[in-house]
Design a protein around this ligand. Structure first.
Ligand code: CP
Ligand code: NVA
Length: 308
C-alpha cells in the first residue's frame, strides 16, 4: 500500500474525503450500537504532543482502542525530542516501532520533516499553521446536520490562525466560500497557506458584514497556543470581533455556529451563542472521534467496502 500522510487538508482529494465521510457514518453508527469493530488489532499509534490537548488526545486514544489497537502518548516534556533530539532521528526510531504517528507541535515544518523520515503514515494533530483533523470533523458535522457545504458560505470571524487557514484550504476542495473578517494586522496569507486562487474567500473589515446571510458562523480563540506573550495586545486588537447574538441574527435564520474548542466565553464568542440553539459545538467535538477513526482506518488499510 502506498504510504500516505495527512499533514494539511489539501493532502486529500474531495473524492477521498467523501469516502472518509461514508466510512465515518458507518463507524459512528456501529459505535453507537455498541458493535465491536476491531480491524486494527496489534496496531499501534504513537501520539507526540508538544502542546496541550483534551479532544485530540482523547479522540485519538479512545478511537485507536475502539478499533482494537493501542495508542501510546508521548509528551515532549518527557521524551528526548523535548531535549533536542533531531526530528529526523526520532522519526526513524518511532516509525520503526509503531504503525501510525500523530503529532501536535509548533512549526508545520517539523511535522513535514518527521513525515519525510517516517516509514508509517503521519497525521497532523495541530500545528501553528493547520488543524486538518478538526476541519474534517467540522465538515462532516455540517454534512450530517445540514447536507452538502458546496455552494454555501461560511463566515470566519477573528484570528487568521491554523483553523482559519484550514477552512480556506477546505473551501477550495469542497467548493464553498469563506467570508473572512480579521482585525488589521492579522490578515490571511493566501500564498503561504497554498491556496490555488482567490475565488473561495472574501475579506471584510467589519465582522457584521461578513456574517450577512451566511450558512455557518465560526470562530476560534484570539490567543492560540504558543502566542501567550501577545495576550494583552491581542485582547485589545480583537475587541469588536466577538461572535454575539447580533452577528448570528445577521446570518441565515437556519445558520449554525461552530467552534473547535476550547472556547473563551466573552472573548471570541458570547455565551448566548455558544450555549444557544444554533451552536453545534458538542456534536462537532464528538465527531473528532468518528472522523479520525475513519482516517486511521484509511491510512492503514486503504479503501474498504462500506459494510466492512
Ligand atoms: N479542538 C481541539 O483540537 O481541542 P484540543 O486542543 O483539546 O485537542
Ligand atoms: N487555534 C487554537 C486551536 C486549539 C484547538 C490553537 O492553536 O491553540
Amino acid at each position: 500500500m502506498q504510504l500516505k500522510h495527512f499533514l494539511q487538508f489539501n493532502d486529500f482529494s474531495r473524492e477521498e474525503f467523501e469516502y472518509l465521510f461514508e466510512r465515518t457514518r458507518w463507524i459512528k453508527q456501529e459505535f453507537k450500537q455498541y458493535r465491536r469493530y476491531w480491524p486494527l488489532m496489534d496496531r499501534t499509534l504513537a501520539m507526540i504532543f508538544d502542546k496541550n490537548s483534551t479532544r485530540t488526545r482523547l479522540s485519538f486514544e479512545a478511537g485507536m482502542s475502539q478499533l482494537g489497537g493501542t495508542a501510546v502518548y508521548l509528551s515532549n516534556r518527557d521524551t528526548q525530542l523535548g531535549r533536542g533530539e533531531p526530528v529526523e532521528d526520532a522519526a526513524r526510531v518511532i516509525s520503526s516501532m509503531v504503525d501510525v504517528v500523530m503529532i501536535r507541535t509548533h512549526e508545520h515544518d517539523s511535522v513535514k520533516r518527521f513525515s519525510e523520515n517516517s516509514v508509517v503514515p503521519v497525521i497532523n494533530g495541530l500545528t501553528d499553521e493547520y488543524h486538518p483533523c478538526q476541519i474534517m470533523s467540522d465538515i462532516f458535522t455540517y454534512m450530517e446536520l445540514k447536507g452538502s457545504l458546496s455552494g454555501k458560505t461560511v463566515a470566519w470571524i477573528g484570528d487568521a490562525n491554523n483553523m482559519c487557514s484550514t477552512w480556506l484550504q477546505a473551501a477550495e476542495i469542497f467548493d464553498f466560500r469563506v467570508n473572512v473578517s480579521t482585525p488589521p494586522g492579522y490578515d490571511i496569507k493566501p500564498e503561504a497557506i497554498g491556496l490555488k486562487g482567490d475565488e473561495h474567500f472574501q475579506m471584510f473589515s467589519q465582522p457584521l458584514d461578513a456574517v450577512k446571510n451566511v450558512d455557518l458562523v465560526t470562530t476560534d480563540v484570539w490567543i492560540s497556543m504558543g502566542f501567550e506573550k501577545e495576550t494583552e495586545q491581542r485582547k485589545n486588537d480583537f475587541a469588536g470581533f466577538c461572535v454575539d447574538a447580533d452577528m448570528m441574527a445577521a446570518a441565515k435564520s437556519d445558520a449554525i455556529f461552530m467552534h473547535c474548542l476550547p472556547a473563551h466565553r466573552g472573548e471570541e464568542v458570547a455565551s448566548e451563542v455558544i450555549d444557544g440553539p444554533q451552536s453545534v459545538v458538542w456534536i462537532e467535538a464528538e465527531n473528532r472521534l468518528h472522523t479520525q477513526k475513519a482516517l486511521i482506518e484509511y491510512l492503514l488499510l486503504g479503501k474498504l467496502t462500506i459494510e466492512q
